[in-house]
Design a protein around this ligand. Sequence first.
Ligand SMILES: *Cc1c(COP(=O)(O)O)cnc(C)c1O
Length: 369
Amino acid sequence: MPKAQETVLEIDLKALKHNFEYLKSKTQKDTKILAVVKAFAYGSHADIIANYLQGLDVDYFAVAYVSEGVALRNAGIVTPILVLHPQAINFKMLIERCLEPSLYNAKILNEFITVASEEGQTNYPIHIKFNTGLNRLGFEKNDVDDIISKLKGTNSVITKSIFSHLAASEDLSEKEFTSHQIQNFENITKEFSKKIGYQPLFHICNTSGILNYPEAHLDIVRTGIGLYGFGNSEKENKNLKPIAKLKSVISQIHRVEKGQSVGYNRAYKSNAFVKTATIPIGHADGIGRQYGNGKGYVIINDKPAYIIGNVCMDMIMVDITTIDCNEGDEVIVFGNHPHSASEFSKTTQTISYEILTAISQRVKRVLLR
Ligand SMILES: *Cc1c(COP(=O)(O)O)cnc(C)c1O
């Protein structure tokens, strides 16, 4: 790959293939794989990622919102797509584009059945979401009877799967809580299948569920962050490869004498000579202001260069006093472990998920071939 000459997010499909195969090797043999490609495939490029995974015969996709599913259909995705968090206002569009809704309470189940029957649908696939402890979205266990009677009163929809979501699958000190969630879910699946009279698919595991709870893989696992190269632990990060590398370039070098300041609000004041490099990436590109003032750093010629002063909209200034570098040199904001998005995000007490999905659409995506 030639050195970056502007700010780019490099996307490496070989790394994606590696991660997919690793996760598949960790998944029970008969379990299907659903790839979560919400939020532009975790900030990378949903069309490219989904098309590539479709070529690897992934079984399912999931997105958060209907508009994301529509974009995938427009990009040529024919694999089933689960919409994790749809709103009723988009149900006609969802049906038009053969997207499959997750339905999580009585209101939205009723609204979907109404639209599906108005649209003349029979056996339209739906997915029923249960809350087993995350307390975010989902029916409760004692809603099963109401759901079943509602479903038995219509032939517009059919339950393709029932699922739940783990609250702390990456946190091994919460094993007891997670095992409880899994047990609760299994009780729900048994009762539901018996009462509905057929067996939908069951799923509860995200990436860390795949890695830490093999006994709970059930019919489908839903992997997001793992595909993008992060295992939520140092041990698992070693087995995965970040697919996206954020790179930039030094636009200008300044020599700042003692007593001068750098950047807006004069947030940095030098008490000795410093050399700074100005980089064309700022909070409008996804590097939030919390990374400023000595928190975040980039890598220049293999050395860390800390952000000094406030992050601007389109620029950061970094301290290169002890780094041998020139205008035009490449800058790595994040790349492979141990300089990945995970380490970068830790400098501001956040997580890889947040920094990856924050990289704005202004940053050019470049495909590594
Ligand atoms: C985002 C999401 C996932 C993917 O989680 P990862 O930790 O990225 O693997 C799975 N299931 C649901 C319901 C989600 O919202």
